[in-house]
Design a protein around this ligand. Structure first.
Ligand code: ZN
Length: 364
């Protein structure tokens, strides 16, 4: 998700000559430096139920450790920081610990916005990135995190922190953090995905993120040709609502742009209109949708289909993410894979046709 946000922001900016900076921050052994007292304090601020809070404090109270060295055992010492290694709660506790930083950035509008969606600080556990299109704003963001880190007694690795300048005209700005110059580069690792300046498709995925990847079928695409990757990206954008249709433009421009579908001028263009009803896309839809429906009706009871998948809205939901219907339609995993693949293709073909028609209209 984090990585998708960055891709989306970059995609938006490619169209213009704007600057684009990503700052990747390395937190020094993040999970080990969480101060228990600050964590409990933050948990209280989150209005956690007193009983749970009590359990939590007891879990982390009175921890001690000894060092074994040769035959001897040291005096015990108290442990006052760090979330438990491998604990189920640990990632959630860490999130409570860093949440205020993200909220502060958003409330102060620090960082990039996609339309009216804030995407300035995509974060996954201790992996934080800042996105901005302004040198000075990025410097403010670095100042904010530097202050936050000091207040919370942890350290940002000055050497593992870097700024990727993806602008067409590279900036000569010298960003600093805690008085030290932050290095500027054109290549970095964020979330295990190597983001190279200008070459988005050159990525390498670390082993530990493979698991995360396998959870969503959309991303199950290693060793696939680039067209398949394009299809998955289009689908992911539609699923997350970041595929911009006319009704989104309407919202983003504060109602200046018309919400009406530019292709058919009959209805407002939202995702349901595009996927199920726009008459201009009918030939594409018929070709690929009929195939998809036949595949489903070959394996499931038509009565079930008519009960659970009877309107435009539900059909759109099924095409965007058939996992929603796994239970109600009792779809096998095998069929899920087929629907996923056919749906991905349908959405891509609709997208291609839509762009083609829009381009033709614009060049008139
Ligand atoms: Zn239309």
């Amino acid at each position: 998700m984090s990585s998708l946000l960055i891709s989306e922001a970059r995609y938006e900016i490619k169209k213009s000559t704007e600057n684009f900076f990503i700052s990747v921050l390395g937190v020094q052994s993040a999970f080990d430096v969480v101060q228990h007292i600050i964590l409990m304090d933050k948990a209280l601020d989150q209005h956690i139920h007193p009983t749970y809070w009590k359990i939590l404090t007891e879990l982390y109270e009175g921890l001690s450790s000894n060092v074994k060295w040769m035959d001897g055992l040291s005096e015990p010492f108290k442990i006052k920081q760090g979330v438990r290694q491998g604990g189920i709660l640990s990632t959630h506790l860490y999130k409570i610990f860093v949440q205020d930083l993200l909220v502060e950035s958003e409330q102060n509008s620090l960082g990039y916005h996609l339309g009216d969606i804030y995407v300035g600080a995509p974060t996954c556990a201790d992996d934080i990135a800042f996105i901005s299109n302004n040198e000075y704003e990025l410097q403010i963001m670095l100042n904010v995190i530097d202050r936050y880190a000091k207040e919370h007694h942890y350290k940002i690795h000055p050497t593992k922190t870097e700024i990727i300048d993806c602008s067409k005209h590279k900036s000569s700005y010298n960003w600093t953090m805690g008085g030290k110059v932050v290095k500027t580069t054109d290549c970095s690792e964020h979330l295990g995905i190597r983001r190279t300046d200008g070459k988005e498709h050159n990525f390498n995925i670390k082993k530990e993120y493979k698991q995360l990847e396998e959870q969503t079928q959309v991303w199950n695409l290693q060793n696939q040709p680039r067209l398949e990757l394009r299809k998955a990206i289009i689908k992911a954008r539609m699923m997350t609502g970041s595929y911009i249709l006319q009704s989104d433009k309407h919202k983003f421009t504060h109602f200046i742009a018309e919400p009406l579908c530019q292709l058919c001028n009959t209805e407002n263009e939202d995702i349901v209109h595009m996927v199920t009803s726009c008459p201009v896309l009918i030939t594409v839809r018929e070709k690929y949708y009929v195939e998809l429906k036949r595949e489903i009706l070959d394996s499931i009871d038509p009565i079930k289909w008519n009960t659970f998948c009877c309107n435009m809205m539900e059909i759109t939901r099924l095409i965007l993410d058939c996992n929603n219907f796994k239970g109600t339609l009792s779809i096998s995993s095998e069929l899920i894979t087929k629907i996923e693949e056919k749906g991905r293709n349908l959405l891509f073909q609709l997208h291609a046709k839509r762009i083609e028609v829009l381009d033709a209209l614009n060049n008139k």
